[in-house]
Ligand binder design. Sequence first.
Ligand code: PMP
Length: 378
Amino acid sequence: MKKLRPPRPELENIAAYDAKDVRADVRLSANENPHNLPGEILDKLADRVRGDIDFNRYPDPMSTHLRTLIAEANGLEPSNVLVGNGGDELILDIVLGWGGPGRVLVDMPPTFSMYGIDARMTGTNVIEVPRLADFSVDGELLMDVVRERDPDIIVVSNPNNPTGTMVPETLLIDLLKATDALVLVDEAYFEFSRQTMRPHMERHHNLVILRTFSKAFSLAGLRAGYLLAHEDVVRELTKVRQPYSVNRFTQAAAALTFRERMVFEAGIREAMRNRDRLLHGLSAITGVEVFPSEANFVLFRVAHASAVWRDLLHDHSVLVRDFSRTPGLEDCLRVTVGSDEEIERFLKAMDEIMAGKRAADHFGMSASATGRVRKAGE
Ligand code: PMP
């Protein structure tokens, strides 16, 4: 039998995106909406399924109906909108279209890891502009890099996942003025920050805005995202995209959801209230440092973060995201803003875990992060 020849050499230095899909009662690790689609939308969707979705036919490649709704809501033409199989697919399309060997993408870590993964996978050079200690973007360094390295793609997650930080609008405008690179402003959490670069699209044809149905709109399981861009950008991206990536069912569900999006306002307001509860609740716990957030998640720093993560999961069945091995995020965990009950359970669990740690420290014992106090060396 012949051996398998190795894949492209680039893959050697790429770690697969690890979604850490672990079972837990309280799932606060992926920034999803804690609530499923509202019953009224599910009912309408069920009617559509029974009525007029031809599952035997390929879907409309351009999601024309959904695209038109999105365009209207944003004061744009359908030719300015591209729908994808989640924002993830559109990020890859951008890197396929504007990146590649010999081309350069500017990334601002710590940030959403898919930008760097897609760039490396396509042989695109990555220049990192590390964020400052408070996770703000180093504007001076960014402008130096733009001047000296003449990048092809610049990606800004705004708000930034996983830190929750916003980039000042003035810095983004300066950036757009300084470069003809494709500037991707990833507004996956726009419904929570309520801040957008949309008004700058007319003046800056290199500005691309990314949004998703996975967060505020409860559709993470169906995979739908969209970008807003100049029609030239959309036209080029249709050359690299998979034509049938957004299936008929997803197109129907996303269109219904988008049309009824006012229904989600209450959930968004609940998320903002619970974000404040999380910020206050966590900052009241001794030993926890919390970072402000404009999104539906909160990043916090705690000693022995991996042990805290483990105790949350094993002793309380609460799943959060462990970033403690990510450069710049040492000892950091990220918790998604869940429902009222989920937030209560998480905060109570954190209280108990940290009280156990303090008790262990007080008695000079080493402890796991939990209340289970262990003698040193045990
Ligand atoms: N951008 C950012 C900043 C994200 O956090 C995510 C999801 N984690 C995405 C894009 C992609 O979202 P989706 O593919 O679910 O639309």
